[in-house]
Every structure is written in C-alpha cells, then in structure tokens.
Write a protein that binds this ligand. Structure first.
Ligand code: GLU
Length: 451
C-alpha cells in the first residue's frame, strides 16, 4: 500500500507552531517515502468552525510549501458517517444513552469520591425497550456510545515504542451527540479507513484517543470489509524554552503572525521544525527537498523539544544571508516592500527578518532623528559635504577630507557621522547608504535636524 498520511486541523483558529509541526512531519514522511499527503478539515463542530479559518489553513500551508495530494472536509461527509453509524448500531456496537450532562457529572463525582476511575457505568445497556420509550416520550434524545471490548489495546508506536492499555481502563466513548452530530473520535476513523490512511502521525496528546480509536477502527474495518488499522507515531509536544507548555505561552504564534508581522521566512520555520526534537543538527536549509533528505521518523526523540523564538530568528537571519534574491523578493512584495536587488544586497547583512527592512528604508527615506555626539565634527563635515551627484565613492572622498580638516580618525570620526546620518550606532555600510540618503537629507541630519 502507498504510504498515506494526513493532517486534520479543525478550522476553529489559525495554524500555529504546534500544528505546523504535525503538518510538516506528515508531509516529510510522505515525500520521503514517495507516498501521499492528505489535508482534511475536521469541521464537524459547526458552531466553532469558520470558513475564514479554513481558507487561512490552506493559504498558510501553501505559503510553507506543504502541498497536499488530496483534500476532504468532514462537513461534506455527514451522510457517510450516518451510514457507518447505522451499521455499528445494527451490530450492537453503538448504543443509545439518555443521561443528561448533569447526571453524568454527578456519576463521575461519586466515582471519584469513592476513589474509582470515572468510567461510564454502562447503565444505558441495562435499559429495556419500555424504559427507552419512556425517555423518548419525556422528550429526551439519545447520545450514542461505542461499546468497547474489555480486550487490551496494544500498538507499536514509531516514536514511543510498544504501547499497552488495559481495555477495562477505558470508558465507552460518545460518538454521536444527542443532536445527531457525529464526533471527531468517530469521523476521524471513518475517514482514515475510507482514504486508506496507512500511518497516523500526531501529537502525544492523542495517545488516549488512539487507545479508544483502535477498537473503533477494528469495528469499522469489520463492518466495511476493507482497510487496516494504521501504524501510529505520537511525537512529544513542544514546550517553550523555559519548559512551559507551548499552548500557554506561544500557542498564539500563528503562521500568519510569523509571516505578516515578524516577516519570517517559511524556510526558517520549516528548517527548524523539520529537525527540532531529533538527533539531527538544526541548520538553515534552502529548500524543503533538503529537509526530506535525511528525514526519518525514527529520529524523533521522546524527550520534550523546546521551541525557542530566538533560535528561529537566528536561523532566519542565516537564511536571509544565503537566499537568492528571487526567493526573498516575493515575500518582500507580500509585506509591501518594493526593493531591487542592489538595495537588498546593501541591507541584507543587517536584516534578521524582513520586518526589519522598514527600519533601513526609513533611514534612506527619512525621517531620521539624528544623534549629535560631536557637534564640531558634524559642522566640519557639513562644510566639506560634496555636491551631487553622489556615488559609492563619495563617502571615501568626503571622510578623507573631514579627517584632514579635523585630525580625527577611526571610531572618533566615523561613529558621530553614523549617529547623525542614521540615528543609530550600527547598520549597513555608510558608503552604500550615503548615496541613497542623498545630499539634502544628509545636510539636514548633520545640522541635527530630523529629515
Ligand atoms: N482534528 C484533530 C486535531 O486537530 C486531528 C487529530 C488527528 O487525528 O490527527 O487535533
């Protein structure tokens, strides 16, 4: 069977660093094995799902370069889930329950009070037709639970190794709500069977789901007479550098904010996430193909990887210093910057992410508030400021003259000029910047006037 994997985000928010990692890991796995990568939108929660988030997920994945081979939306497949549910009901594996959520939470409290695990007590299985009819006559609608077998559940996890759950420790899951809406636990299995998913690669927060879902898989496979239980890999979730859960601190670090606000390169994000939590070094990589090379799911360690925004930015800076202009140009355009290659070459060494381009453009176009560190030097420099036209040689000729006139050299000469002309103590080379700033603004800044 062709290795086939999927990512299944819910369009209830923007893609963030955690689900990009899931997407990228699945994508690399598929590409490495010549397999298929599916995008599925888990949008059965109609109240929380939004079309604009669905669009954003597609846009963000494309921006990252993670193309998918096929696509499905759960909300298009409701008839299919209903049909499979009918089959499970007929097989006695899906049974109606009438407890209200208050009744269930009371049961749970009592179990916990007695030191018991809060498993569903299967009271609904003891109802006879008359009792069920009475609930219906009272206006109660059933929700439906899957009847788990007491058999132990085991699987060989590609990241975590052998996993074992005693069947008796699991609670019959609700698969259909009382309003008839099927839940993720169920829809996901039906989809994975229908789309021939061979490997389910997801975060370790899904381990408990997997234990329950393996039994649902077996039931659906038996009913449909097709499919196999996939192979599983549960990777550890990211934490922040100081060990906090990602969702608490950086859960909001969305692709959109990294692209539109921070101006980070998609390749920086993928370079980091493709190797974070593995034994491989994290290096700037100029293409996804380079990341496919050497990817192996077995290299994912069980230890919690730490996500460090500073590391991502440093990687981004390295990439920008190596990337061909054509690759940067598109992203510059998306951020609203019109820069030619010669200007880019002048500033790239001082840009660690594209949002910083605006700073250097402002130094060229103004206004800049000059810093006056040595007024006497600035007035001597103003006195011999060359007339237009200016070229790259202007800086050298001019400072030679200033040096001769003032006797100053080195830092004592250059730093006050830089502070006046740019308002900063660092930046691209002044021989490059000076002709771009031009005589008018340079003269004003040397006088201490913002221009
Ligand atoms: N919609 C689920 C999630 O985003 C999918 C999990 C999965 O089965 O991969 O957590």
């Amino acid at each position: 069977m062709t290795p086939t994997v999927r990512i299944a985000p819910s369009p209830t928010g923007l893609l963030h660093i955690g689900n990009i990692r899931a997407a990228l890991t699945n994508w690399l796995f598929a590409r490495k094995l010549g397999g298929q990568f599916m995008l599925r939108l888990d949008d059965t929660d109609l109240e929380r799902s939004r079309p604009e988030y669905a669009e954003a997920i597609e846009r963000d994945l494309k921006w990252l370069g993670l193309d998918w081979d096929f696509f499905a939306r759960q909300s298009d497949r409701m008839d299919r889930y209903a049909a499979v549910a009918e089959g499970l009901k007929a097989a006695g594996l899906l049974y109606p329950c009438y407890e209200t959520s208050e009744e269930l939470s009371l049961k749970r409290k009592m179990q916990l009070g007695r030191g018991l695990p809060p498993l569903y007590d299967r009271a609904a299985l003891k109802l006879d037709d008359a009792a069920r009819a009475k609930f219906e006559a009272d206006g109660r609608k059933p929700h439906w639970r899957f009847r788990l077998s007491p058999d132990d559940v085991t699987w060989d996890d590609l990241v975590q190794g052998p996993k074992h759950f005693p069947g008796t420790a699991l609670s019959d899951p609700v698969l259909i709500r009382e309003d008839g809406v099927p839940l993720y636990t169920f829809c996901s299995v039906v989809d994975d069977v229908d789309f021939d998913i061979t490997h389910v690669i997801r975060g370790e927060d899904h381990v408990a789901n997997t234990a329950v879902q393996i039994q649902i898989w077996k039931a659906v496979i038996a009913l449909e007479k097709r499919g196999v239980v996939p192979i599983f890999a549960h990777f550890p979730l990211l934490s922040t550098i100081d060990g906090q859960e990602m969702s608490k601190r950086l859960g909001t670090l969305s692709v959109a904010s990294m692209r539109d606000e921070m101006g980070l390169e998609p390749l920086a994000i993928t370079s980091l996430l493709s190797r974070l939590g593995t034994s491989d070094p994290i290096l700037p990589r100029l293409s996804l193909a380079e990341m496919v090379e050497g990817f192996d799911i077995a290299k994912i360690s069980r230890a919690t990887p730490k996500f460090d925004l500073a590391e991502l930015k440093a990687l981004n800076a390295k990439l920008l210093h190596h990337m061909p202009f054509a690759s940067v140009q598109k992203h510059l355009g998306q951020l609203g910057y019109a820069l030619d290659e010669s200007l880019w070459d002048k500033i790239r060494g001082n840009v660690s992410c594209l949002s910083e381009v605006s700073q250097w453009l402002q130094i060229i176009n103004g206004p800049v508030t000059p810093q006056v560190a040595d007024a006497a030097l600035l007035s001597a420099a103003l006195a011999c400021l060359p007339t237009a036209p200016w070229s790259q040689d202007t800086w050298g000729a001019w400072t030679k003259q200033v040096k001769a006139d003032t006797g100053l050299a080195g830092k004592a000469l250059f730093m006050p000029l830089r502070l006046a002309l740019t308002g900063l103590d660092h930046g691209p080379e002044l021989k490059d910047l000076l002709p771009l700033i031009g005589p008018e603004k340079a003269a004003a800044r040397l006088k201490g006037i913002a221009a």
